[in-house]
Design a protein around this ligand. Structure first.
Ligand code: GRF
Length: 204
């Protein structure tokens, strides 16, 4: 099992299905030559994902793998991650549920970002759930991935206010700005060995 710190720069992979703004934040935070690590591989289940273009523009290997039944994606993704010598996998807007075998294999080095203050508002449309619940505050969470949906140990959270005239788009945008800080911070926390997978061991 991989344990952090590695004693060398980590090789980071990002899985993304969409626009890839969190990928961009990670690319900026972990460029070539960074002592903590560098983004080396980006995988998307969508060929048209802007995330793939952003990876290519940054000179990072970009791979489209169709999701299929999930198992074929997991097998192909595992092969690509192993080939690239990846140490840490970040889910940045990856909109599919990964099979338990994949999650178990990468336990402790598989992170996800979610647009709510978990455990509140798990699953899809977290911003809409927050608006419907009438909460005064929401935010984002970076957590280790376990076999549940948005249930793993929390590494990093950042809060934002929910304003009276917010709609889903305005709240999502305010949260997204915090995501771009939270994800790199959480990755640094894991790579430095400060955050580990067992909830009682997660500390900063
Ligand atoms: C983010 O809001 C993230 O929390 C959620 O998916 C969105 C991805 O956005 N899991 P982007 O593709 O990184 O811009």
């Amino acid at each position: 099992m991989t344990t952090f710190p590695l004693g060398r720069p980590a090789r980071i992979a990002v899985l993304a299905s969409g626009r890839g703004s969190n990928l961009e934040a990670l690319l900026q935070a972990f460029p070539e030559g960074d002592a903590a690590g560098t983004v080396r591989l980006v995988i998307s289940n969508r060929a048209a994902a802007a995330a793939l273009d952003k990876a290519r523009a940054a000179g990072v290997e970009a791979l489209h793998l169709p999701y299929g039944d999930g198992e074929s994606f997991a097998a192909a993704a595992t092969a690509a991650l192993e080939r690239a010598g990846i140490d840490l996998v970040c889910l940045a807007g990856f909109m599919r549920i990964l099979p338990p075998t994949f999650v178990r294999r990468y336990r402790g080095r598989l992170l996800n970002i979610h647009p709510s203050l978990l455990p509140a508002f798990r699953g899809l449309h977290a911003q809409r759930q927050a608006l419907e619940a009438g909460v005064a505050e929401s935010g984002c969470t970076v957590h280790f991935v376990d076999e549940g949906i948005d249930t793993g140990a929390v590494i990093e959270q950042r809060r934002v206010p929910v304003l009276p005239d917010d709609d889903e788009a305005s709240l999502a945008e305010r949260i997204r700005r915090e995501e771009h800080r939270a994800f790199p911070e959480a990755v640094r926390s894991v790579l430095s060995g400060h955050a580990t997978v067992t909830p009682e061991e997660v500390r900063r």
